[in-house]
Each structure stands twice: as structure tokens, then as C-alpha cells.
Design a binder for this molecule. Structure first.
Ligand SMILES: [Cu+2]
Length: 135
């Protein structure tokens, strides 16, 4: 009985929307992000270069959000873009109201990588954070 319950729980956690994108690789670490009142929590994350992170985004708001992880070019494209829904590319996922989704992204080089929501007005409002990638 206990085994069945555990198996069901594992299936639930593993079978969520999005899941591990094979292009993102197998995650070394999971980071949980909460989207609440159009802000991410936490806003600062530190990882070592070479780490593949699985981001689990829990949207607690009654409106849609998204998580976009990437360089300036990626953020520029999304801030000015018109793509309303994101297919599960590594580091890009849509979190509809109340949904929990995940995406996987590999941090190759030391530096700072921004994560953000680019739905209209959200980035300007402050829905963003920074990943410090250490050597
Ligand atoms: Cu948002």
C-alpha cells in the first residue's frame, strides 16, 4: 500500500507539464521558483559553471507567467516578441495561472545570466532575477 502511494507520487512529480527536455540534458540540480504577485522568488541563484539546472516554476498567481532563461539576445527577442506561448525549449517555459511547470537549462560559462518573465509589462514591473554562475 505504501509502495503504491509512493509510486503514484513519483509519477505525479515526474509526469508534470514540460518535464525534462532532452535538449536541456539531465539535471544536476533542481531549483524551485515561485511566481507570486508577478515576482519571482528567489531572485538570486548561484550555480557552478557546467551545472544543468531543472527549474520548477510554481505559478501561484491567477494570471499566466513564463520563465525565460538566457543571454541578452534571448531576452531582447522575448521582450519585443509576440510569441504568446512557449514550446518547451531549454530555458523557456510558459506557466499558466496556477500551474507548476519545469524547464532545464545548462549554465556553461561563469558570469551572470538573467531569468525573467516577458509577458507585457512583467519585466518592467520587476519579474526577473539573476543566476550567478561561478567558475
Ligand atoms: Cu509574468
Amino acid at each position: 500500500m505504501r509502495g503504491v502511494a509512493l509510486a503514484a507520487l513519483v509519477a505525479l512529480v515526474g509526469g508534470g507539464c514540460g518535464g525534462d527536455d532532452p535538449r536541456g540534458g539531465v539535471a544536476d540540480r533542481t531549483v524551485e521558483l515561485t511566481a507570486r504577485l508577478s515576482r519571482f522568488e528567489p531572485t538570486v541563484i548561484t550555480v557552478r559553471a557546467g551545472t544543468t539546472v531543472r527549474f520548477v516554476v510554481r505559478n501561484e498567481d491567477p494570471i499566466d507567467h513564463e520563465l525565460i532563461v538566457g543571454d541578452d539576445e534571448v531576452h531582447g527577442a522575448h521582450e519585443t516578441g509576440t510569441e504568446p506561448y512557449h514550446l518547451p525549449r531549454p530555458g523557456e517555459v510558459t506557466a499558466r495561472a496556477g500551474e507548476t511547470v519545469s524547464t532545464t537549462y545548462r549554465f556553461d560559462r561563469p558570469g551572470e545570466v538573467v531569468f525573467a518573465c516577458h509577458l507585457p509589462g512583467h519585466f518592467a514591473y520587476g519579474m526577473r532575477g539573476t543566476v550567478h554562475v561561478t567558475a
